[in-house]
Design a protein around this ligand. Structure first.
Ligand code: AMP
Ligand code: GLY
Length: 434
């Protein structure tokens, strides 16, 4: 007998959410998809709801709860960190409903870097030496006394902008002033972590966790800087590829043993039922692996190529995560490399304009037999059917290849076919291992 279908609500509006929806839609168990608030791409595979999930209020919780009950939604997938940190997963829990994403106590690993550091220290997870401050003068005195460069981090959520990498004492003091005195990130800067600056290549390790079992997804490498050769300002991510040869099987085992397992165990000991994605941002240093940060959600843009490569039914995988049966589902990856190149609005990550008409997505995908796929991030579908830009990171152009080089060429060629005023992208995604 065919299993019953259910509708699914995905919260968020990025390429990550479009990719998760695209993959969920392939499941025979999934009926209709709803997105809140979604983007121009999600509007083409489901229905966008005019809801902003970033601040968790009783009104928001009631609205989502009511919507789910009246629209046959038995699964809610929470994409971004703010609602997780605000306790949305805790508050949406209801009999017969699967909520994918950790409770607030688990999301604290991302939302409070000082807590994450304490946790790492307590369970001997390798990380940079650091000290936490709430007092501005003490933080400055510490930074002045250090003889090697430091990274200054606002402990709270700061939209990925709260870590300032410095080279001199003057820069460190300026960073402390910005966060603690000017309060550039508001209360996210009430606590500050000052840590040793490490050197090495960065990799993203995402793992599915069901409270007990851990399934590690293939490793990826993200390029955060706006300019080719990893130069210029940091952005939300200019491109990513997976798998990365920087992490071989042996290193992956070490990461599992030294980082993921002790972290999940520590949460269990603290009675935190962590269900969702545990994402460790690592640096591969001369002194071994070091955790730079934890995230407690799918990475963006890491998720886009990971969904392209993931084999198996994402709905079943999410149910297994929620029910603690991750050890019983089929999970594997396509052997090919997949790359994601981010197309941005002119001026990003500083000021940029919105509302520019986008053309050529169909041409970019056409004839590729599924080897090229364009996910939407900052786009909007207007009432008259035109697609326009609506953010700094506009499109996530993903392509498969037998080799990284082939995938890169294919993605770059696809980007060339897409047009909007001011569009730019990095042609060198993956260069660090090529
Ligand atoms: P985080 O938000 O903690 O991941 O930091 C953002 C970015 O800052 C990372 O992706 C790194 O590029 C950089 N970063 C963070 N911590 C360090 C560190 N201890 N040493 C060098 N770079 C770092
Ligand atoms: N790709 C980095 C992040 O999602 O935080």
């Amino acid at each position: 007998m065919a299993k019953e279908q259910t509708n699914v609500l995905i919260l968020g509006s990025g390429g990550r959410e479009h990719a998760l929806g695209w993959k969920l839609k392939q499941s025979s168990r999934v009926g209709k998809l709803y997105f809140a608030p979604g983007n121009g791409g999600t509007a083409q595979i489901g229905e966008n709801l005019p809801m902003d999930p970033s601040t968790v209020t009783t009104k928001l919780v009631d609205e989502i709860d009511y919507f789910c009950r009246h629209n046959g939604v038995s699964m809610v997938v929470i994409g971004p960190e703010d609602p997780l940190a605000g306790g949305l997963a805790d508050r949406l829990a209801a009999p017969g409903r699967h909520v994918f994403g950790p409770v607030a106590a688990g999301a604290r690993l991302e939302a409070d870097k000082a807590y994450a550091k304490e946790m790492m220290r307590a369970c001997s997870v390798p990380t940079a030496d650091s000290k936490t401050f709430t007092n501005y003068e003490s933080a400055c005195a510490y930074a002045e006394a250090r003889e090697t460069p430091v990274v200054v981090k606002a402990a709270g959520l700061a939209k990925g902008k709260g870590a300032i990498v410095t080279s001199t004492t003057e820069e460190a003091l300026a960073a402390l002033k910005l966060i603690m005195d000017d309060r550039a990130f508001g209360e996210a800067g009430d606590k500050v972590v000052v840590e040793e600056r490490l050197i090495g290549q960065e990799v993203s390790i995402l793992a599915l966790v069901d409270g007990r079992n851990i399934f590690v997804l293939d490793p990826s490498q993200d390029h955060k800087q706006v300019g080719e050769g990893d130069t210029g300002n940091n952005t939300g991510g200019m491109g990513v590829y997976t798998p990365t040869p920087l992490v071989n099987e042996e290193l992956m085992e070490e990461i599992n043993r030294e980082v993921l397992v002790p972290t999940v165990d520590a949460m269990r000991r603290d009675d935190i039922d962590f269900k969702g994605v545990l994402y460790a941002g690592l640096m591969l240093t001369a002194g071994g692996i070091k955790v730079l940060e934890y995230n407690t959600r799918f990475g963006d843009p890491e998720t886009q190529p990971l969904m392209m490569r993931l084999k198996g039914d994402l709905y079943d995988i999410f149910v297994a995560c929620c029910e603690g049966t991750l050890d019983q589902v089929e999970l594997s990856f396509d052997k090919r490399v997949c790359i994601c190149v981010v197309m941005c609005s002119g001026g990003y990550p500083d000021v940029y304009e919105k509302g520019k008409e986008i053309k050529g997505i169909k041409a970019a995908e056409e004839g590729s037999h599924g080897e090229v796929k364009v996910f939407h991030a900052g786009t909007k579908l207007k009432k008259d059917g035109t697609l326009v830009t609506n953010g700094g990171r506009v499109l996530n152009v993903c392509a498969f290849g037998k080799t990284l080089k082939e995938a890169q060429e294919r993605a770059n060629q696809a980007c060339e076919k897409i047009e909007f005023e001011g569009a730019f992208f990095r042609r060198d995604i993956g260069f660090r291992v090529m």
